[in-house]
Design a protein around this ligand. Sequence first.
Ligand SMILES: [Zn+2]
Length: 233
Amino acid sequence: MSRFGQHAEKHLVGRIGWMRAAVLGANDGIISTASLIVGVAAAAANQSAVLIAGIAGLVAGAMAMAAGEYVSVSSQSDTERADLALERKELRDNPAFELEELAQIYVKRGVDKALARQVAKQLMAKNALGAHARDELGISKITTARPVQAALTSAASFSVGAAMPLLMVVVSPAYALVPMVFAASSGFLALLGAIGARTGGADILRATVRVTFWGALAMALTAGIGKLFGTVI
Ligand SMILES: [Zn+2]
C-alpha cells in the first residue's frame, strides 16, 4: 500500500471482499465440523470413527465452499464481462451519446452541466471504458470478481476453521471429547468473531455474541440428534 493509502480515516471497504470470504469460511469450518464431531461422538462412536467423520467433513466442506464460491463469483464475473463488452461497443458506435451519458451521471451527482461535460470529456480522453465502467456500471478494481481466488480463499479458510475442532478430537481424552470440542469451538468462534469485527470496524461484542450463539446452537442440535439416534440404533 502506498503512503497515500494509509491516510487517517483508514477506510475498510477494500478489505471487506476477501476478509468476508475468509471469516465466513473459517466460521463455517468450525461450526459444521464441530457439530459433525459432537453429533457423531454423542452417538457413542469411538474416537477414531469421530476423527474420520471430522476429516471427511473437512474435505467435503472445503470442496463445497470452493465450488459454491467459484460458481457464484464466476457468474458475477460473466455479468461484468458482458456489461463491459456492451459498453465497449457503445463507446465505439456512439461516442457522442456516451459522453453526454457520462456527463449526465455527474450532473445527477450535483456537478454543474458545463463542468460535468468537461470532466466527462477529460476522463474519456484518458480511459473511456474505465470511466464508464466505474461511474455508469459500478465496476471498479475492488469489485472486479476473481472466481479462482475466491474459491481458494474459501476452501483454505474453511479448512483452517475445521482443523480447530479436529485438533481437539486428537488431544481430548475420550470421556471429555464432547465438552472439550464444544467449549474450544465456542472459544474459537468468539475469537474469530472478535477479529472479524475488529478488522471490519464493526461492534466487537455484538459480532462475537452473534457467531458464538449460532455455533453453540448448531452443536447442541447435532449433539441432541446424535444422542437420540445413538440410543435408538
Ligand atoms: Zn456508457
